[in-house]
Ligand binder design. Structure first.
Ligand SMILES: [Zn+2]
Length: 351
């Protein structure tokens, strides 16, 4: 069989090494790769495309991207390259500052953790004494004077020193266009110092690109598992919808991926996660509705279920397996599972 790319299905193209879990999520002993020598399955074009788009967004503009700093697999001095519009981080409404929107910045001198600073915004008090904050973009879309619960006098402006006074001027001009005057402005308030640990509310959007990046981890793993016993398996036409979703963005993300509450490992609960690392599992569900399903959980944090194929023809094979990338030890290896139990999916044990 002439090697073919599992994503674009092209033959006779140069193959390159694709990491099952993106390299941004750590380096591991016994890491899984689709390498040209043993598994010539991902071409240079697809590899490049994924690295420049899917893997980049997953590594830098997602909850998992933020977790990279916590697990020290990302360099905090490169923070300016991270986080576009997928993450919104606010201080808590009931805290001393109100729901001020913040962004992450380089660690301050003598610190190894990310610093925070406010994005330019204006915060208004509401009649019930809560606060509401609008960034410049948000303020352009609303008219605070139309909100009967909002007290438009005595608002607060927030911006970081690095934004300079232009940010203040822009906010004041923007407010003037809404008929809100400058005179009643209260002094700018600072945010907590670096020594203080604070809680923040994070809102993240699971975009189409992030969904494709997570589905790719599942498809990579399925391809890795298929070799060497059945190297034709990843090319089955039942996989074409997810293949085209990953490669081209065709179809609706919700048809391929959803967020599951249940943890992957035996003994883990909703809030208890014993394994500090990445988990990926795969099974071919033989009985109705059938299908090839993978669970993907970077950092054992959120579990995503990826439907690789809804129906599958051919003779059923037991491909149930799971893999664990351990961030504590830097080693990776197979999970143990109950081989005779296919439905419902059996949680896995750590090796
Ligand atoms: Zn390709």
């Amino acid at each position: 069989m002439e090697p073919r790319c599992v994503y674009c299905l092209n033959e006779g193209v140069p193959f390159t090494k694709e990491h099952v879990i993106p390299r941004a999520f750590g380096t591991f002993e016994n890491n899984l790769t689709l390498a040209p020598e043993e598994r010539p399955t991902v071409c240079g074009d697809c590899n490049q495309l994924f690295g420049d788009t899917l893997d980049l967004e997953l590594g830098r503009d997602s909850l998992e991207g933020l977790q990279r700093f916590h697990e020290k697999v990302a360099d905090p001095t490169k923070i300016e390259k991270y986080f576009g519009s997928n993450l919104q981080v606010r201080l808590p409404q009931d805290g001393p500052y109100g729901p001020v929107q913040i962004r992450f910045v380089e660690p301050r001198p003598n610190s190894s953790v990310l610093g925070i600073e406010p994005v330019p915004q204006v915060c208004f008090r509401r009649r019930d004494d809560t606060w509401i904050c609008y960034t410049e973009d948000e303020l352009a879309e609303v008219d605070p004077k139309n909100d009967p619960d909002l007290v438009t006098e005595g608002f607060k402006l927030y911006y970081a020193a690095s934004d300079g006074e232009e940010a203040e001027e822009r906010l004041v001009d923007l407010l003037a266009t809404k008929g809100i005057t400058f005179e009643n402005r209260t002094p700018i308030e600072g945010l907590p110092g670096d020594e203080t640990e604070i809680t923040a509310d994070i809102e993240s959007e699971l975009t189409g690109v992030l969904s494709r990046a997570l589905a790719k981890i599942a498809f990579n793993y399925m391809t890795w598992v298929a070799y060497p016993d059945d190297p034709t398996f990843p090319y089955k036409e039942e996989f074409d919808p997810v293949r085209n979703f990953i490669r081209e963005g065709d179809g609706r993300a919700a048809d391929f991926l959803d967020v599951r509450d249940e943890p992957i490992l035996t003994g883990d609960g909703d809030r208890i996660r014993r394994a500090n690392g990445h988990l990926v599992t795969l099974k071919w569900q033989a009985t109705y509705p059938g299908g090839v399903i993978s669970l993907v959980s970077p950092f054992n944090m959120i579990t995503y279920r990826v439907i690789l194929a809804r129906h599958m023809s051919g003779v059923w094979r037991d491909i149930q397996s799971g893999y664990y990338w351990n961030l504590w030890s830097g080693a990776a290896g197979r999970l143990r599972s109950e081989r005779d139990e296919i439905i419902p999916p059996r949680p896995y044990q750590l090796p």
